[in-house]
Design a protein around this ligand. Structure first.
Ligand SMILES: C[S@@+](CC[C@H](N)C(=O)[O-])C[C@H]1O[C@@H](n2cnc3c(N)ncnc32)[C@H](O)[C@@H]1O
Length: 291
């Protein structure tokens, strides 16, 4: 153990040895793909110390023993929920919603011309507590006026069951409206009931979204292709190979011409050949290559 670790452990309620840290972060990596380097030790400590207190444990050694025991399967769910970073907000990186609106208007015209297919499939992968899929749904309701006769299905998935439960409720503190770009303030206001101190998303908007638990590292059950996939501020936690594999899988799942939106710091160095950058972390799948 380094001197720095010794001095920070002295102030801590529970000692966290390098060996325990490596065991926990190795398990998190194999379960979720999330990479937690040495610099995340304080974060791991504070997120898991709460869990140790809930369980009435005295040390990380005991917690590691629990994760080796027969109750491990149940505990790993709590471990994952405690470790994930769920930071999100309504209309985060709102330029993506502008691009989506333009894109969907075009898709609607093309689909109508082609074979009268009136369905739109959108996936918010790593949706956290729902602000992203609600931003998608409210934007569609406000800006794609002709959509009333269309089947719009927004799949919202995350690994963390706590945030999914919040998303399903669709209730946020009124402060969630703070800092939203002016153009989108009216969009959200039209789609919520204000019940102090909260906002409640309206049923029409909620009915477009299906929240499901899905680990991106596992198989994906979806059968149909998607028009738009959002996977923003998720890949940043993964290593280069996992990130590349996921982007390849997203691309395969898109309709030719479909769009993929990533987070602001997730531009792709090594992207699939049929994916073209068309705006800030906004990609389109080539129409000439079938996926
Ligand atoms: C920072 S949030 C991003 C939320 C939203 N997409 C946004 O940009 O505002 C990252 C989310 O990815 C989820 N996540 C992390 N690893 C995952 C995995 N292996 N499978 C599915 N979701 C995962 C976390 O639970 C978390 O809610």
């Amino acid at each position: 153990m380094t001197l720095t670790n010794q001095s920070s452990d002295r102030k801590r309620e529970f000692a966290l040895s390098n060996q325990e840290f490596e065991k926990l972060t190795g398990l998190v990596h194999s379960l979720t793909g999330i990479v937690l380097g040495e610099h995340k030790k304080d974060m791991v400590y504070s997120r898991l110390a709460r869990r140790l207190r809930e369980l009435g444990l005295q040390s990380f050694d005991q917690y590691c023993a629990l994760l080796d025991s027969q109750q491990a399967a149940k505990e790993t769910g709590f471990l994952v929920n405690a470790i994930t970073t769920n930071l999100t907000k309504l209309y985060r990186e709102s330029h993506h919603f502008d691009s989506m609106t333009k894109y969907l208007t075009q898709v609607q015209q093309d689909k109508q011309r082609a074979k009268g297919d009136r369905s739109l499939y959108i996936w918010s992968a790593g949706c956290s507590s729902g602000e992203e899929p609600y931003s998608i749904a409210t934007t569609i309701l406000a800006k794609n006026a002709t959509l009333s006769s269309w089947k719009v299905r927004i799949l919202a998935t995350d690994l963390d069951t706590n945030v999914l439960a919040k998303g399903k409720k669709g209730v946020y503190p009124k402060s969630a409206l703070d800092g939203i770009d002016v153009g989108y303030k009216s969009v959200i206001r039209d789609n919520v009931h204000i019940k102090e101190p909260d906002i409640h998303l309206k049923e029409r908007c909620k009915s477009l979204i299906h929240f499901k638990q899905l680990n991106l590292l596992h198989d994906w059950p979806m059968k149909q292709k998607y028009d738009v996939i959002f996977c923003r501020n998720v890949l940043i936690y993964f290593d280069a190979k996992t990130k590349h594999d996921l982007v390849t899988r997203f691309t395969k799942l898109l309709h030719p011409g479909g769009m993929l939106f990533l987070g602001h710091s997730e531009s792709l160095v090594n992207k699939p050949g049929d994916l073209t950058l068309i705006g800030q972390t906004s990609y389109v799948k080539e129409t000439s290559i079938n996926g």
